[in-house]
Design a protein around this ligand. Structure first.
Ligand SMILES: Nc1ncnc2c1ncn2[C@@H]1O[C@H](COP(=O)(O)OP(=O)(O)OP(=O)(O)O)[C@@H](O)[C@H]1O
Ligand SMILES: [Mg+2]
Length: 335
């Protein structure tokens, strides 16, 4: 299992859209994928599932079909994790795409996760055991989801903040991809993200060293290794001078290396952490949302005719290249 989180605490940079499109693309490349929606806003779940299914999931209080149901016993201190429901989105005999659906109620887990982070340092095995069970809950959900769907790749979507929920989500991630807009806010996000990831990584390492930790539950390594950034082209690009846009882009490699990797800027040659630039497909996105499919699978019947058809092909190439780059950097076979 390889787990990859898409993270930038700046909101609206395109995290959810990336996870959605990459999940489909990894499957097209023959990999079985589980997408995990750990953002209480649950936009990823809304993108994947039709309205009637969303009503079954969320319509009558607790359906037992979302990530919340899996962590509920831990939240209420009634027991350990329940096996998560894994929603099949697409499957054939070669590969599958599944979703662990999100839930607005997941935000109620935040306080428990914040306390558990502290209690993982407790030298009382009962206290520490409970805290480690809580802190490892997302990791264990991913293990169960991948084993029930025979998947090897897990893509994690999170909300735009640096809270306890996201800390637990990131602790469950082997790798982190940082989507960036070419603007001052995204770069500010990077300034917060770099030190925060280092703190979470070393914090988790310290907790794993606690001798009172339980011996018999699966704990994540908490690597959260930054494998690169994706530049999301700005929607309002035309409204700004090209030079202003380019100025921000030019600063990204240095800032990324300094803040996320704690190392000197790369040589002027291509930066291996620069995974891709994803264009803003202004006209395709509404068609894709309407058709409930990724932009690169739109067909003439979905309205992708004329210049849209050419954009669909370009979009396919963008995401295929990005998925292959991520696969290469994360050691996933996508040849
Ligand atoms: N490549 C793209 N082309 C066109 N529109 C896009 C693209 N990527 C994202 N968008 C649009 O930009 C908006 C924000 O994207 P998205 O919801 O993926 O961001 P996010 O980072 O997940 O936001 P949040 O921080 O709120 O979770 C959405 O309306 C989405 O449809
Ligand atoms: Mg989102």
């Amino acid at each position: 299992m390889k787990t990859i989180a898409f993270f930038n605490n700046k909101g609206g940079v395109g995290k959810t859209s990336l996870v959605y499109h990459l999940a489909w693309m990894f499957r097209l490349l023959g990999r079985s994928v589980v997408a995990v929606d750990l953002d209480p806003q649950s936009n990823l779940t809304t993108a994947f599932l039709p309205q009637v299914r969303l009503e079954q999931l969320w319509g009558n209080g607790q359906s037992g079909l979302t990530v919340l149901a899996a962590v509920q016993p831990l939240m209420e201190r009634l027991g350990d994790l329940r096996s998560p429901h894994v929603e099949e989105i697409a499957a054939d005999m070669f590969s599958s795409l599944s979703l662990v659906p999100g839930d607005l109620g997941l935000s109620m887990f935040e306080d428990r996760l914040a306390a558990a982070w502290k209690d993982c340092m407790d030298d009382n095995p009962a206290e520490a055991g409970d805290a480690f069970r809580v802190m490892s809950s997302f990791h264990r959900i991913m293990e169960r989801a991948t084993s029930s769907s025979a998947a090897e790749v897990v893509l994690i979507d999170v909300g735009p903040n640096l809270g306890a929920l996201n800390r637990a989500a990131l602790v469950a991630a082997d790798y982190v991809v940082v989507p960036l807009g070419a603007d001052v806010f995204s770069l500010q996000g990077l300034r917060n993200l770099g030190p925060t990831l280092s703190r979470w990584r070393s914090g988790w390492r310290n907790r794993l060293a606690n001798e009172a930790r339980p011996p018999n539950i699966s704990l994540p390594k908490g690597e959260m290794w930054p494998i690169g950034y994706v530049i999301m082209q700005h929607s309002a690009r035309e409204e700004r001078p090209v030079q202003a846009y380019q100025r921000w882009i030019d600063r990204i490699p240095d800032l990324y290396h300094e803040l996320l990797l704690g190392e000197a800027p790369p040589a002027p040659s291509p930066d291996e952490h620069m995974l891709a630039t994803i264009r803003h497909y202004r006209s395709l996105m509404p068609l894709a949302q309407e058709a409930r499919k990724p932009m690169f699978l739109l067909r003439p019947a979905d309205g992708a005719i004329g210049s849209h058809a050419a954009a669909v092909q370009r979009c396919y190439r963008d995401f295929e290249q990005l998925a292959r780059r991520i696969a290469q950097r994360a050691g996933i076979d996508a040849s």
